[in-house]
Design a binder for this molecule. Sequence first.
Ligand code: NDP
Length: 375
Amino acid sequence: VLIAKPGKDRGLHVSSVRNTIMPAWVIDKYGTNDVLRFNENTLFPVIHYPNEVIIQVHAASVNPIDVHMRNGYGAASLNMTRDPLKMKIPGSEFPIILGRDVSGVVMECGLSVKYFKPGDKVWAAVPPWKQGTFAEFVVASANEVSLMPKSLSHTEAASLPYVALTAWAGLVNSCGLKKETCPGKRVLIIGASGGVGTAAIQLLKAWGAHVTVVCSGGAQTLMNDLGADDVIDYTTASLKDQLKTRDLFDVMFDNVGGTSEELALQYLKPWSGASYCTLVTPFLYNTDRMGIADGMMRSGFTLGSKVIKHLCKGIHYRWGFFTNSGPALDEIGEIVDAGKMRPVVEKVFPFSDVPQAFDKLEAGNARGKTVIQVI
Ligand code: NDP
């Protein structure tokens, strides 16, 4: 364990960092909402690597991955990342602290951290194999962290990192979109009214794309406010019929999965570099069900055969995954501070009501993000 540099010069309450326990929401087993437990005596996080920082969490937010992880989804892959040599006994991942997003203040820095200092306001998305942010303090690698946009409150900032980075990974890394390539591109977002979708619309509009969104009727006004050029209500008529009346697209970004994948071959411009990217993949499901080796082989086979099937028709087929990246978050922060992207906070829950926030997310019909105010 490395000795961290205290934040003396910033006049912070460094003594609190010396505590050995903190309040956090933990799970001790997988299951429904009943497994969420508020524990005032959770072990205080420790800096293990020189590039890590301890952040005092001001706000966090709830994502579908939190609900899935609470249910045990992805446990095989996440446990392999936590303990690659399988040195620990089964169940040693518990207690798990859920929560991926954080906005807060740096309390301590590892010895090699140069970019941050105690007292900096930061935001980050912590990857799922690490202890999460439904706690008073969290440890993150400095390369996952970014200075918080100056124009946002903590509550607003906590709503963005995980979904904005997922949208970034799908649009930029998987579909090759960026500021320079977006103007003139026609993009279709399926499932646009939730966390990832509302972030994706705004990134694309900031870069000058033409954005068509698919959502249910109640989200129409929100979609227009965020800058969508064309809104399709999937509840009024068949999506296929509604798409027939539109021009073909350059990119499809799918946050819903299932049968919506079939739209790629019909409504993307073939042989023009058009891409389809879905966030809903069987990757973790396969490893949970079949084990790491067989599950990865099955996923590789499924992905490979879909890539080839689509390539034969002139379409690039991709799976998109959340990718944590401080530098990408820096760029997203600049877009936010330039007034081109805003947080879409649907509801804020106090730290005492984390289970109610899970209930809200599980009930569906998200319109942006559900945030947890920690302090
Ligand atoms: P949310 O729960 O915030 O939003 C989902 C949205 O989809 C809701 O607004 C919902 O509203 C809408 N929706 C549901 N069914 C349809 C449909 N048939 N057509 C259009 N819209 C629909 O989820 P996120 O935005 O955070 O995530 C989206 C998906 O991406 C989730 O499945 C999540 O698990 C996945 N994901 C995957 C990641 C990865 O690394 N691969 C990372 C992050 C997310 P309504 O029902 O009212 O239409």
